[in-house]
Design a binder for this molecule. Structure first.
Ligand SMILES: NCc1[nH]cc(CCC(=O)O)c1CC(=O)O
Length: 329
């Protein structure tokens, strides 16, 4: 289902060739997080290009349904409604959380920009200011992400993982209302909503690696639109793009979907010969009992090769069997 608040007829379909006179219609999901992200992008785009923007809310099946995400085909359900609106010409720019994008490249759509990433780590919001390690045996920890479930199970804390979904507000409310002892969320989402101080612990990537692409946004346009180059110049951050490319190539090579128990974090770090890409990754069995953890470094200008070589190492160590719960033969 697709709904738009503005009339599509007078919303910039008469876009002129000059950047200054074109209205860029920005498609956004309706959640508070998505709106905040889209508004930030809209403001920056206007500030840097002079382009006038307009937000067009698109409601997706993922926003409306309360089914578990995994049963709806993963977080890709959030993405496809925005992409459809782009391809139909109803909007000119779509703002996604990059970690929600399926790894397969979309037909007719360009990844115009990946803006500077925020803190990519996961956080805990627990009752009474507690950390994961301070929670008692049997305490309930809410998360629907197989990656988070497997990594927290792997810590062996004796907590009980409970599948939940819903927006950030709904999840935190379950702790405040006493329904759960804690929830695990992306720090970037909390931060964008101005609620980062509600986190009671930031999870160290040594223990819990974030989802590939977490904390980054993806700005998509129609591939044949002049807007691609304008948006790239105004908003793309090359180091962030390189890092998320490593992470997503790795995910694709492991043939793991966006909800698979795979964590990865690439960073630009000082190496022996100057700045280089440094990546850490983990693939786990869904119950967290088995894991393959690896790290690697490579040149800044070849993120694809780095993602591929690390994935090849992890596959050689049995990562694919872990992820899909197939017993190793
Ligand atoms: N899973 C949904 C989702 N997609 C992006 C974010 C947060 C923002 C980001 O990671 O960029 C969230 C919420 C969460 O994981 O807590």
């Amino acid at each position: 289902m697709t709904t738009t608040e503005t009339s599509l007829q007078d919303a910039g379909t008469s876009a002129a060739a000059t950047p200054g006179s074109r209205v860029v219609r920005i498609g956004t999901r309706a959640s508070a997080l998505a709106r905040t992200q889209s508004t930030t992008v809209a403001d920056l785009l206007t500030e840097r290009t002079g382009l006038v923007t307009e937000l067009v809310p698109i409601s997706t099946h993922g926003d409306v349904s309360r089914e578990p995400l995994a049963q709806m085909g993963g977080t890709g359900v959030f993405v496809s409604a925005l992409r459809d609106a782009l391809l139909r010409g109803e909007v000119d720019l779509a703002v996604h959380s990059l970690k929600d994008l399926p790894t397969a490249p979309p037909e007719g759509i360009a990844l115009a920009a990946v803006p500077p990433r925020e803190d990519p780590r996961d956080v805990v919001v627990a009752r009474d200011g507690l950390t994961l390690g301070e929670l008692p045996q049997g305490a309930t920890v809410g998360t629907g992400a197989p990656r988070r479930v497997a990594q927290i199970e792997a810590l062996g804390l004796g907590v009980q993982l409970v599948g939940i979904r819903g927006n950030v507000d709904t999840r935190i409310a379950k702790v405040r209302d006493g329904e759960l002892d804690a929830v695990v969320l992306a720090r970037a989402g909390l931060n964008r909503l101005g609620r980062v101080e509600e986190a009671t612990e930031v999870l160290d990537p040594i223990q819990v690696l974030p989802a590939p692409g977490q904390g980054a946004l993806a700005l998509e346009c129609r591939a044949d639109d002049d807007l691609v180059a304008i948006v790239a110049t105004a908003l793309d951050d090359a180091p962030t793009r390189a890092c998320v490319t490593v992470e997503r190539v790795l995910l694709a090579e492991l043939e793991a979907g966006c909800s698979a128990p795979v964590g990865a974090l690439a960073e630009v770090a000082m190496g022996e010969v100057g700045d280089e890409l440094w990546v850490r990754a983990v693939a786990l069995s869904p119950d967290g009992t088995l894991a393959v953890r690896r790290s690697a470094a490579g040149p800044l200008d070849d993120p694809v090769a780095l993602g591929r070589s690390l994935a090849a190492e992890m596959l050689a160590d049995g990562a694919a069997d872990l992820i899909s719960e197939r017993p190793a033969t």
